[in-house]
Design a protein around this ligand. Structure first.
Ligand code: F0G
Length: 458
C-alpha cells in the first residue's frame, strides 16, 4: 500500500475553538451588520479570513523569542535577522518595519512621486493604496489567462510582457520609478510567477533602466510552484530557487506575517546603498530606528527562524497540499473555484455559485454570510465590496471576478477541519436556489469600505 501524504510537523500546544448553533450565528451576524470583520473571533469556528499573521509558530521560533535582545540600537536580534535575510534573499541592505504596508510606505516614500506610474501584476490593495496616496498610478499588466478561472495555466501571476512594454513605451522613463512583481499574486488567486517571466521582466525593465522590486509576502510558496511546475527546477532546492528569483530583483518589500510564519512584522531589502540611505530616513520617521523599525528584538528573532522554516520543502509541501486538498474536493463537488489552486487560499467564483443574485447585491459577501450561517466558517469577500467605488463617479466598481476567498492559516488546521469546510460549502451549494436575495449597504466609509461597511438583507 502506498503511504499517504502526512504533515511534516506535529502539535505541541492547542487552542480551544468553539462550535455554535445556527440560531446564535443568525443573531451574531445580524448584530455584525452582515460584515464578517465585525464578528468576535470566539463567534467563529474555523477562521479563513486571512493567512496573514494567523500561522502557528514552531517550538524553535518560540525559543528564539526568549533570546530576543531588546536593545534600542545594535541588538543581536537585528544582526540575526540581517544575516537570515542576506542568506535567504541575497540582499545586502534591509530595514525592519512593523508589517508589509509599513515596508511599502518606507520604500515608496523614497521612490514614488506624484504623477508616476507603477506597472505590475495586480498590485495588492495596500500597495495600490500607497501608490495612489502619492497621487501616482498602479497599472495592472497581469496576463489575461488570470481572469478566466477555468483556464488551467500554471503561472497565472505572470506579467504580460507586451502590456508591460507598452507602458514602458507610453510614459517617459522618469515617470516610472519601479516595476513591482507580486509573488505570489494574491489578487489573482495566490497565483505564482514563473522564473522565466521574472527573468524576462527584469530584462525588459533593464532596457529602460527601471528597477524591479518584488512584493514578496508569499515568495516561498512561489518558489515551491516553480519547483513543481516549471521545467528545469525539480532538482533545485527551494532556497536555490528563492536565491535565483531574488537575483532578478533590485529589492523587495515583505509582509513577514505570511511566508515567514510570524504574527507581526515586515521589512524592506535592497541592493542599492543610496536607496537604503534614503529609505532609512523614512524608516526612522515612520517605523522606528533602523535596527528595529517597529519590531521587538524577540519578534526579529522569531522572524529569522521563520524565514528558514518557511523555505523548507517538507513544510511547503504540507501547506500547498492542504490548500489543494480543499480545492480539489470543492471542485469535485461542482463548486466553481479558481484553477490551478493557489498557494495560500482557495478562491470561489461567487457569481457562478449564486448566478441568480445580481451583482448589485454583493454576491460574494452574500455567499460569505451563507457559509458562516451554515457552519461558523469565516471566509472573506474579494469582490465588489473590496473593489470600492470609482473615486470620480462614486459608482460601484464591479471587478472581473467576484471571489469568496478561503484563506488557510499556516500549520493551524487539520484535514478534519478541511472536511468540515467542504461539507459546509456543499450544503450551501445544494440549497443555493433557496438563497433568493443578496445584501444592500446601509453605511460605508469613503475608502477601504469593506472593513467597516454595514449591510442588511434585502
Ligand atoms: N502584499 C501582499 C501580496 C499582501 O497579501 C499583503 C497583505 C500585503 C502586501 C500587506 O502586508 O498586511 O503585513 O501590511 N495581505 C493580507 C491578506 C492582509 O489578507 O491577504 P501587511
Amino acid at each position: 500500500m502506498e503511504l499517504p501524504f502526512a504533515e511534516s510537523y506535529k502539535t505541541k500546544m492547542v487552542e480551544t475553538i468553539r462550535k455554535s448553533t445556527r440560531e446564535e450565528r443568525e443573531e451574531w451576524i445580524r448584530k455584525a451588520k452582515y460584515n464578517l470583520f465585525n464578528l468576535k473571533s470566539e463567534q467563529v469556528f474555523i477562521d479563513l479570513l486571512t493567512d496573514s499573521g494567523t500561522g502557528a509558530m514552531s517550538d524553535k521560533q518560540w525559543s528564539e523569542m526568549m533570546l530576543g535582545d531588546e536593545s534600542y540600537a545594535g541588538a543581536s536580534s537585528y544582526y540575526k535577522l540581517r544575516d537570515a535575510i542576506r542568506e535567504i534573499t541575497g540582499f545586502p541592505y534591509f530595514l525592519p518595519t512593523h508589517q508589509g504596508r509599513g515596508a511599502e510606505n518606507v520604500l515608496f516614500s523614497a521612490m514614488i512621486k506624484e504623477g508616476n506610474v507603477v506597472p505590475g501584476n495586480a498590485h495588492f490593495d495596500t500597495t495600490k493604496g500607497h501608490i495612489e496616496y502619492r497621487k501616482a498610478r498602479a497599472i495592472d499588466c497581469t496576463i489575461d489567462e488570470a481572469f478566466d478561472i477555468e483556464v488551467d495555466y500554471p503561472f497565472k501571476g505572470n506579467i504580460d510582457l507586451n502590456k508591460l512594454r507598452s507602458v514602458l513605451e507610453q510614459y517617459p522613463v522618469e515617470m516610472i520609478p519601479v516595476v513591482i512583481v507580486t509573488i505570489t499574486c494574491n489578487s489573482s488567486g495566490g497565483q505564482p510567477v514563473s522564473l522565466e517571466n521574472i527573468r524576462e521582466v527584469k530584462k525588459l525593465a533593464s532596457e529602460y533602466g527601471i528597477p524591479v522590486f518584488f512584493d514578496s509576502a508569499r515568495f516561498a510558496e512561489n518558489a515551491y510552484f516553480i519547483k513543481i511546475r516549471e521545467e528545469g527546477y525539480r532538482d533545485k532546492s527551494i532556497r536555490e530557487i528563492v536565491r535565483e528569483m531574488f537575483s532578478y530583483a533590485d529589492g523587495m518589500t515583505m509582509s513577514s506575517k505570511k511566508d515567514a510564519i510570524v504574527n507581526m512584522g515586515g521589512f524592506v531589502a535592497m541592493n542599492s546603498h543610496i536607496l537604503f540611505e534614503q529609505a532609512s530616513m523614512y524608516n526612522i520617521l515612520f517605523e522606528g530606528y533602523i535596527s528595529y523599525g517597529g519590531m521587538s528584538g524577540r519578534d526579529m528573532n522569531a522572524l529569522s527562524q521563520g524565514l528558514y522554516e518557511g523555505t523548507e520543502y517538507p513544510y511547503l509541501e504540507s501547506r500547498i497540499n492542504q490548500v489543494a486538498y480543499l480545492g480539489q474536493n470543492l471542485k469535485d463537488h461542482g463548486i466553481p473555484v479558481q484553477q490551478p489552486f493557489g498557494g495560500h487560499a482557495i478562491f470561489i467564483e461567487a457569481s457562478k455559485f449564486l448566478p441568480h443574485i445580481p451583482k448589485e447585491e454583493f454576491i460574494a459577501q452574500t455567499l460569505a454570510v451563507e457559509l458562516y450561517l451554515e457552519s461558523g466558517v469565516r471566509g472573506v469577500e474579494i469582490g465588489t465590496l473590496l473593489a470600492d467605488r470609482d473615486p470620480d463617479t462614486r459608482k460601484n466598481r464591479y471587478p472581473d471576478l467576484e471571489f469568496l476567498r478561503l484563506t488557510i492559516p499556516r500549520r493551524v488546521y487539520s484535514k478534519n477541519h478541511m472536511d468540515y469546510i467542504i461539507a459546509a460549502l456543499v450544503n450551501v451549494y445544494n440549497r443555493r436556489n433557496e438563497v433568493k436575495k443578496g445584501l444592500r449597504i446601509i453605511r460605508e466609509a469613503a475608502i477601504l469600505r469593506h472593513f467597516t461597511v454595514e449591510l442588511d438583507r434585502l
